[in-house]
Ligand binder design. Structure first.
Ligand SMILES: Cc1cc2nc3c(=O)[nH]c(=O)nc-3n(C[C@H](O)[C@H](O)[C@H](O)COP(=O)(O)OP(=O)(O)OC[C@H]3O[C@@H](n4cnc5c(N)ncnc54)[C@H](O)[C@@H]3O)c2cc1C
Ligand code: FES
Length: 242
């Protein structure tokens, strides 16, 4: 866990309501799947976001506008300086990937899978990225996965881009040695049921303190209550009680 000053260098509207914020600052020591806590100017509680890109000198977040805090972030101009805590949570276990990992992302859950895809591809894995959206006009990050050499398939609910239907269909469409997923709870629940122990999920929960003290982000697991901020946000298949 590391707290530092980050300067916004680029704010790109990927699709309406979804922004890619790229900061310069110390992005070292981050593990794919970890999240960052952003101090939004004018707001008391930090907002948690999965890390959607990083290297030694930069940090990227993919932010969907949901309420006031995310709207304020999306409105920031390059040059804005923010206080951000990085290296939070446990991240994905890459050692469980095998040769053919399948990455399944839904909506704003897509971003966190990109640094994972990059790391798995660098390890020599043959990665398939299945990215699900409501429609083609809401799709983003697709070319970024393809640029890493991943087989990249888009699923849209209305069929306007890629395959029509739910992205969970990827479980039947491809062979895989492991599954890494982030998205809405009903999507993760289907993956948990069908992929079982081969799966890892990145969860989102309403957070308070963000460092394990308030228990506000607790979820039920077969091992008892667990905090998403401290014990997650990545959980194993078969671990969560939905
Ligand atoms: C580990 C983790 C990783 C996350 N990663 C991302 C990410 O990569 N990209 C992204 O866009 N968002 C992500 N989120 C969700 C993000 O933190 C919230 O959308 C954000 O804090 C809302 O702030 P706000 O001030 O705009 O909304 P608020 O004004 O606080 O709330 C507005 C609305 O958003 C809902 N909301 C608030 N927090 C959450 C939440 N955690 N999950 C679902 N709904 C919420 C509220 O119930 C309310 O309806 C993540 C959350 C967690 C816990
Ligand atoms: S947010 Fe306080 S314990 Fe997780």
């Amino acid at each position: 866990m590391k707290k530092g000053k980050f300067t916004l260098v680029e704010n790109t509207a990927l699709v309406p309501g979804m922004h890619r914020l790229t900061f310069s600052g110390d992005g070292s020591g981050i593990v794919p799947g970890q999240f960052a806590e952003v101090a939004v100017p004018g707001y008391f509680l930090r907002r948690p976001f999965s890390v959607a890109g990083f290297d030694g000198g930069s940090l990227t977040l993919a932010v969907r506008v949901r309420g006031e805090g995310t709207a304020a972030l999306a409105a920031l101009a390059p040059g804005a300086e923010l206080d951000i805590v990085t290296g939070l949570g446990n991240g994905f276990d890459l050692s469980a990937a095998g040769e053919r990992p399948l990455l399944i992302g839904g909506g704003s859950g897509v971003g966190v899978l990109w640094p994972l895809c990059r790391a798995l591809a660098a390890d020599g894995a043959s990665v398939t990225a299945a990215l699900g959206f409501n429609s083609g006009t809401e799709s983003f990050y697709v070319s970024d996965f393809a640029a890493l050499g991943a087989r990249t398939e888009v699923y849209t609910a209305d069929g306007s881009r890629g395959r029509r239907g739910l992205v969970t269909a990827a479980l039947g469409d491809f062979e895989y040695s492991s599954v890494y997923a982030c998205g809405a709870a009903p999507m993760l629940q289907i993956i948990d049921r069908e992929a079982g122990a081969k799966a890892q999920f990145s969860l989102e929960a309403r957070m308070g303190c963000g460092f394990g003290a308030c228990m506000g982000c607790t979820v039920e697991t077969v091992n008892g209550p667990r905090r998403v901020c401290k014990d997650g946000p990545v959980f194993r298949g078969g671990e969560l009680i939905w």
